[in-house]
Unconditional design. Structure first.
Length: 304
């Protein structure tokens, strides 16, 4: 990356299909708009269809003729994820695992998993596994969106649900570290299988999105006051995942984030995750636990 990368560098995406989770707002909306503007067909997977339709209308107002489809997907419900995948009968060039919730009060999903781990990690893990054989085209990709919060959490294998020691921020960090462990291990397994798909990770730095909605009211209020002072727009925050999804030079296993201020802001560059994200033993353990919890088995060999 010899100069600042921007949406102007996105190649023609005509004939390619993107499935983007959480595409009705924030980073997902900006990603959907940018690739639609370059000719992609975009499936907007959203929890609330009415919000998805409103977002699609907003994109079409800026990108006349945008090829968009809104489909309901509740990532926190593994039964819903499986039903979504079973009803998805077309090929996908790029799967963008973007949706997420951040630091809510402790709650459990329908299947009894901590809500952030369920939505941010397990739902995307299951979705990717169930749709892996739908990846198509000359440059298929899975893009998983992590966060700087991965630097401040661990995978609490002895207390995944937070029953004993829940902290909203630490368990958000757990879910985001899980995203990285998953994405990097997925790349290892794709390579071992000789699968042409790439698994690329990205994070948005500090970006103004709707993630505050899941937080406690007092935290939301403080965040709304401070966020404009510390963050970059969602359109800029989406650039790392757009690079990961569309840049021909992007490689499997890479992690893309902002260039400036401790990866808080700026144009996308290749960055390095914390050392724990690259630990194969932890990744294999998480993978095995995730397959057990989701009952989704990937058609890929385990790594040594």
């Amino acid at each position: 990356m010899s100069r600042d990368w921007s949406t102007a560098d996105i190649p023609d995406q005509a004939g390619r299909t993107f499935l983007i989770t959480g595409a009705n707002s924030g980073l997902g909306l900006e990603t959907a708009k940018a690739v639609a503007a370059r000719g992609a067909r975009v499936v907007m997977a959203v929890r609330t269809p009415a919000k998805g339709e409103a977002a699609a209308a907003a994109i079409k107002a800026e990108v006349p003729g945008a090829d968009l489809e809104v489909r309901r997907l509740d990532l926190a419900d593994l039964d819903a994820v499986r039903s979504f995948a079973e009803g998805f009968d077309t090929g996908i060039d790029v799967l963008v695992n973007n949706a997420g919730i951040m630091a809510p009060p402790r709650s459990l999903s329908k299947q009894g998993h901590e809500s952030q781990f369920a939505t941010n990690h397990l739902g995307h893990f299951a979705l990717t596994g169930l749709l892996l054989d739908r990846l198509q085209g000359p440059d298929p990709r899975v893009v998983t969106v992590a966060s700087l919060a991965s630097n401040h959490g661990d995978v609490y294998f002895d207390d995944l649900t937070g029953e004993r020691r829940y902290s909203a921020t630490r368990y958000y960090g757990q879910s985001k570290l899980a995203n990285l462990l998953f994405g990097i291990e997925l790349d290892r397994r794709l390579r071992a299988a000789g699968n042409p798909a790439k698994s690329v990770m990205a994070h948005p730095g500090l970006s103004a999105t709707d993630l505050l909605q899941s937080m406690r009211p007092v935290v939301r209020f403080i965040g709304r006051v401070l966020m404009p002072l510390a963050t970059q727009p969602a359109s800029t925050g989406a650039l790392p995942q757009l690079y990961a999804a569309t840049e021909p030079k992007a490689e499997g296993g890479q992690y893309i984030g902002p260039r400036h201020r401790g990866e808080h802001q700026g144009p996308p560059v290749i960055v390095r995750a914390r050392a724990e994200a690259y630990d194969p033993a932890t990744a294999r353990r998480l993978w095995d636990v995730s397959e057990e919890l989701t009952r989704v088995r990937f058609p890929l060999p385990a790594t040594a």
